[in-house]
Every structure is written in C-alpha cells, then in structure tokens.
Design a protein around this ligand. Structure first.
Ligand code: ADP
Length: 405
C-alpha cells in the first residue's frame, strides 16, 4: 500500500487556515474575500449556502457580478454604487450597510435614523434581505482587496413587521375609546346633563387635556407607522403660499391664545406660488409652530417668516423660549427623543413630531434645519426647492391632521 505523504509545514498551515476560513461564521455569516479587481479569492460554507454559488464556481469571478444587489423595489444597484466598488476604488475606507440589529433598535430605542434595506440575489434569482460589513484589506498602505461579512436578515424583518402590525393595531384600537371620551367630556361641557360647579369644571378641563395628549400620541404613532409602510405618498399642486399659511396659523391660534403668545408673521408672500404637496407643508409648519408655542413662556412672541432664495423657498419659525441645549442638538430628530429642558417643562410630549416632519420633508425634497440656544430660543427652517420632480400624480399622503392643544 502506498504510504500517505506527510504534509509539509507550509501545506499544514495553509490547510488549517483554509479549514478555519471555511467554517468561520458558523454557517450563518457569509464570508468572502476579493482581490483588488473584486474577484473572489475565498469564500466560506455559509457563503455557498446563502448564495447558492459553490467554491469552484465562485472563485475567480467578480463578486458584484455573481451576487447582484437590489433595493426594496427590486431595482438593481448599479455596480458603481456598490459599497465594494467604492472601497476598491479607494473612495471610502470602510462602510457598514444596514445592520438588522441596528435597524430593529432604531424603531425600538429610536437611536438612529432608519436605514434602507438591501437585498442580495441568489444564483437561482431568489433574493434575501442582507446585512453586510465590508472592509478593505490594506497591505503596505495599499488596498489590495476587501473582505465582506454578510447575513440574511429575513427573520429580523419579519419580526419587525409583526411588531409594527401590533403597534398599529393597538393604536387603532385606542383611538375609538379616546374619541368616545372626548365626545362625553364635550357633552358635559355643554351642560346637557346639568350645570357643573367650578371645581368640577376644573377637573374636567384636566381630563380633557390628558385625553387630548393621548389622542396626539396615538395619532403621532399611527402617522409614523404609516410613513414607514407607504411608498408613494406625494401629491403636488400649485399652491398660493399666503392661503396655505393662513390655514396653518388657524390651526395653532387657539394654543397661542391660551398661552398668551403673539403669533407674528413677517410675510411678504403675495407673489409666491409653489408646486408641492400642501398637506405635507402644512403638517411640517404646524409642527414647528406648535413646538414654538409649547416651548415658549407666556406673553412671548412666535414669528413665522419666509425667505425667497434663488432655487429654494425657506420657511422659518422663530421663538424666544427655552431653546435646545447644545449637547442635545444632534438628537432631537430621533424618534421619541425629547431634550432634558423640554421634558422638565412639559412632561407629556411624544418626541415624534420632528421625526415625522423630517421624514415627510424628504418626500418633497425639502430640508429641515434649526438654530437654537438654551434659554434664548430657536429657529426652525424648512427649505423647499422651487422645482422638484418628485410626486407628480402619485397617491396622496394620508396624514391625520395634527391636533394641537
Ligand atoms: P415633542 O414636542 O412632542 O416633545 P417633537 O418631536 O416635536 O416632540 O420635538 C422633539 C424635541 O425637540 C422636543 O421635545 C424639544 O426638546 C425639542 N424642540 C423642538 N422644538 C423646540 C422649540 N421650538 N424649542 C425648544 N425645544 C424644541
């Protein structure tokens, strides 16, 4: 019998390395190494299972060619836009695509913005949502290739959907009793079931306010969920800014009056007609104004203004209230986030308004920004392009009209 030739030291090292690599990732994490040209040099077992390409077929071929990437709407991501291509062409050094853990955390803890989900297309043309991390391999200060770790996040997506469905169902169910309570309180106010004492009226006022807060919370949650689910939302129209602003001011005038806030509008808008979705615009400006009133002291002023720039119209809402502490500036668009001073002043806010405003602003290509100083006040800006190609003839955004106190 022919004796088996013992492995040389080099062979042993190489074989052991291969074995470690093949089993790395515990059959869940796909692992792939590419050279400077994006050609596959190594894959692990999980890569084969996840993509349907085996080692013999995959090695030597370009990764972005055999594993196409698509977005949520089945649209192919062009080669040039793939993270791997950017890394290999030394445009960026490292990138993390949406991690399911982070994506789930987004909606639970609302720590980061929602990231788009991408899909990898398998050999048999089916696809799966993916989370990937790609890093360049640097040798002698040169990028000589890249290593990618990825995994299938189908289960996480499904869990996320179930969680959203539950939240949506719970919010819908809460709406009916809350509207019922509101109707009963209004009946009592009208004195239909008899006159009330002053003390009883005071208690009823408090019940009414608490109920309104609950209605706002439920409506904010429903709007947030709707925004995450709906795809085509915009309906553009030619609108006269003056009549639109009049409508917005009416929605907040009661809140301003009850807090003795003067609403001033320094508007020179007679000539402005813009083409955008009026409901989105009203909703965002309503949110700015309502916040400005909420976070001002009684007897202060809130200013609604407009600037006509060459390519954009800028709306702004200025107040002289509590402002936002500098340390917290970068967090106030996060879902549920409320600055420490705002929580102290009004314990009952939802922290959803600005997040919704930012999401819907993106849908009309508009941009939101702000300047703020604690105890001095804030100015919130909405920049709308005079021309945008988005949203013609599309389904209308179903946003509940925000109810302001
Ligand atoms: P909410 O007002 O229900 O808390 P928002 O999402 O509208 O939720 O606002 C998020 C946070 O941003 C607020 O809690 C507050 O800390 C801060 N904020 C927004 N607008 C203002 C403002 N005009 N003045 C001071 N703080 C503001």
């Amino acid at each position: 019998m022919k004796e088996k030739k013992p492995f040389s030291k080099l062979e042993r090292v190489t074989t052991a390395e291969e074995a470690i690599f093949a089993s790395a990732g515990d059959h869940i994490m796909g692992l792939v190494v590419v050279d400077k040209n994006g050609k596959i040099t190594r894959i692990n077992k999980a890569f084969e299972v996840l993509t349907g390409w085996n080692k013999e077929e995959a090695i030597g071929r370009r990764l972005i060619k055999i594993i196409p990437m698509e977005d949520e709407k089945n649209k192919r991501i062009p080669f040039k836009k793939r993270i791997l291509s950017k890394i290999l062409s030394e445009k960026i050094l490292t990138t993390i695509s949406p991690s399911p853990v982070l994506a789930t955390a987004t909606t639970i803890a609302a720590n980061i913005e929602k990231l788009p989900i991408f899909y990898y297309v398998r050999r048999d043309k089916t696809r799966f949502p993916v989370s990937t991390v790609i890093n360049p391999i640097i040798f002698n200060k040169e990028i000589i290739g890249a290593v990618e770790v990825f995994y299938d996040i189908t289960k996480e997506k499904e869990l996320e959907r179930m969680r959203m469905d539950f939240l949506s169902l719970a919010s819908h169910q809460l709406r009916t009793p809350l509207s019922g309570t509101k109707w009963l309180i209004e009946t009592m106010y009208r004195g239909i079931i008899g006159e009330m004492t002053k003390k009883q009226k005071e208690y009823l006022d408090d019940i009414y306010k608490i109920n309104e807060q609950m209605i706002k919370l439920v409506s904010d949650i429903l709007n947030t969920l709707r925004l995450e689910n709906e795809e085509t939302l915009i309906k553009k129209k030619k609108i006269s800014i003056s009549s639109l602003l009049k409508d917005v001011l009416i929605t907040v005038s009661a809140a301003a009056k009850s807090k003795k806030i003067t609403l001033r509008s320094s508007l020179n808008h007679r000539t402005f007609i813009i083409e955008t979705d009026p409901e989105i615009l009203k909703s965002i400006l309503g949110c700015f104004l309502s916040n400005a009133i909420n976070y001002s002291m009684p007897n202060q002023e809130v200013i609604l203004g407009i600037k006509n720039e060459s390519k954009t119209i800028v709306f702004f809402v200025r107040d002289f209230g509590i402002g936002i502490p500098k340390m917290e500036h970068n967090r106030i668009f996060e879902r549920f986030y409320r600055a420490s001073n705002a929580k102290k002043m009004i314990p009952s806010g939802t922290g959803l308004g600005l997040n919704i405003a930012k999401t819907i602003a993106e849908k009309i290509d508009a941009e939101i920004s702000f300047e703020s100083e604690e105890n001095k006040g804030s100015t919130f800006y909405l920049r709308i392009p005079k021309r945008s190609n988005r949203g013609i003839n599309k389904k209308k955004l179903k946003i509940n009209k925000p109810k302001y106190e």
